[in-house]
Write a protein that binds this ligand. Structure first.
Ligand code: HEC
Length: 139
């Protein structure tokens, strides 16, 4: 696909998802016009979730089947989600209205409070070690 078409498709997906208003992703649209507007300081509300409960939910809702038990992802089934998931608003939007292979989860199936717990779980996963700290990679 040509890059310009790809961008249009992406913009359309964002618009359909209602993303233009609150999306951190949507903020990048401004650069297309050449005008650099400062990103509004509306950090997505950091939900206060329970990471332990989130781990159970990540399993019981079946997220782990595609994204791995640690949210580590797999090239075959689903992308990495942890330890730095998308901003909460974007993550929620994607789970509710995915645009690719992933099945949608409505708020009736997975309430926002459960997503907040899952989010806390994803964020609680350990960071990978710095590349510099792995001797084998320095040779
Ligand atoms: C059947 C496999 C499958 C299941 C189950 C699944 N996902 Fe996904 N998920 C995917 C795939 C594949 C993608 C990549 C985009 C696409 O094709 O939709 C994705 C993308 C995502 C993304 C966007 C990641 C990014 O960086 O853009 C999030 C967030 C996400 N999934 C969260 C979840 C959560 C939370 C659950 C459980 C409630 C879940 N997924 C269950 C397959 C799955």
């Amino acid at each position: 696909m040509q890059p310009s078409k790809c961008f249009l498709l992406f913009a359309l997906v964002l618009a359909l998802a209602g993303g233009a208003t609150s999306a951190p992703l949507g903020a990048q649209d401004q650069t297309a016009s050449g005008v650099q507007k400062p990103t509004p300081a509306q950090a997505p509300v950091a939900p206060t979730g329970n990471a332990q409960k989130g781990q159970q939910l990540f399993t019981s809702y079946g997220c782990y089947q595609c994204h791995g038990r640690e949210g580590q992802g797999s090239t075959a089934t689903g992308p990495r989600l942890a330890p730095r998931p998308l901003p909460f608003a974007a993550l929620t939007r994607y789970v509710r209205q995915p645009s690719g292979q992933m099945p949608p989860y409505t708020s009736r199936v997975v309430p926002d409070t459960d997503l907040a717990d899952i989010y806390a779980f994803l964020q609680s996963r350990p960071q990978p070690p710095a590349v510099d700290s792995i001797p084998l990679l320095k040779q």
